[in-house]
Ligand binder design. Structure first.
Ligand SMILES: C[S@@+](CC[C@H](N)C(=O)[O-])C[C@H]1O[C@@H](n2cnc3c(N)ncnc32)[C@H](O)[C@@H]1O
Length: 247
């Protein structure tokens, strides 16, 4: 049988994929690393199927390894006898606790079959929530910005773990970025907020990300050039016919 890593999406129950929902409905046991992911999972599984695991809030590597070894020892026998799911918010392969479990299972229980169900990551959900378009041909970099850090360099960045928005903001603005913050996007628990004022989110909330774009970035899009006298003109609507249009 199988251990499924299931991505639940950003935190609203109806953003779990159909495949993820099916896996959760059919699993014998469902493990979750935290309260939020458990709350989302409980929309799709009965509480009696939720497994018990203890996850330490530590960066101490030895303690982390020991805790994941213990978790894997609890999960592996159940995944040999039946189907087991381990849920994470977003996608299981993007900045996720699932990586610890996968590596530990690979090291100590390599006979366990593993399958991953991708989820809607904050990496993509942010664009809709913030009204941002990453247009064809543009680059987008992922960074972490915990504890007030301000990574710089790329034209466009998504910054995860923005736990001190005012401090992060200062560094980014000094480096020439426009920044928008998003807290608890598409999330049922807590209050969603999108703002470009870091003071509005100065209460640290782990579920905060930022989108930073160089202020002097020049974007040239054929369809951005519609003028008031141009709408409906043949020239504008056929400007980019060489580009694939089915994605
Ligand atoms: C450990 S990472 C997990 C990312 C997740 N696996 C994903 O694919 O979205 C946690 C960080 O992701 C960001 N994040 C995840 N979900 C979010 C949401 N719904 N709204 C805002 N930020 C979110 C926050 O920056 C948070 O600190």
């Amino acid at each position: 049988m199988t251990l499924y890593g299931v991505g639940l999406g950003p935190g609203e129950a109806d953003l779990v994929t159909v495949r993820g929902q099916e896996v959760l409905e059919n699993a014998d046991v469902v493990y979750s690393p935290g309260r939020l992911s458990r709350t989302v999972a409980l929309n799709h599984v009965d509480e009696s199927k939720i497994g018990d695991l203890d996850f330490p809030m530590t960066k101490d590597e030895a303690k982390l390894r020991a805790a994941w070894k213990e978790a894997a020892a609890e999960i592996a026998p159940n995944a040999r006898d039946g189907d087991v799911a381990f849920v994470t918010l977003g996608d299981p392969n993007v900045y996720s606790t699932f990586g610890h479990l996968r590596r530990t299972i690979d090291a100590f229980h390599s006979d366990v079959d593993l399958e991953i169900v991708p989820g809607v990551s904050a990496v993509t959900a942010f664009a809709t929530a913030m009204g941002v378009e990453i247009e064809a041909g543009a680059g987008l970099s992922l960074r972490e910005a915990a504890s007030g850090h301000s990574p710089t360099g790329p034209d466009r960045m998504i910054l995860f773990k923005v736990t001190d928005a005012p401090a992060t903001h200062e560094g980014l603005v000094a480096a020439g970025y426009d920044v928008t913050y998003g807290r608890r996007l598409f999330m049922e628990q807590g209050e969603t907020l999108v703002t470009d004022d870091p003071r509005e989110i100065d209460e640290r909330d782990y579920y905060t990300l930022a989108y930073a774009e160089k202020a002097d970035l020049e974007v040239e899009q054929a369809t951005a050039a519609f003028g008031t006298d141009e709408s409906g003109s043949e020239e504008a609507t056929t400007a980019d016919t060489a580009e694939a249009i089915d994605d």
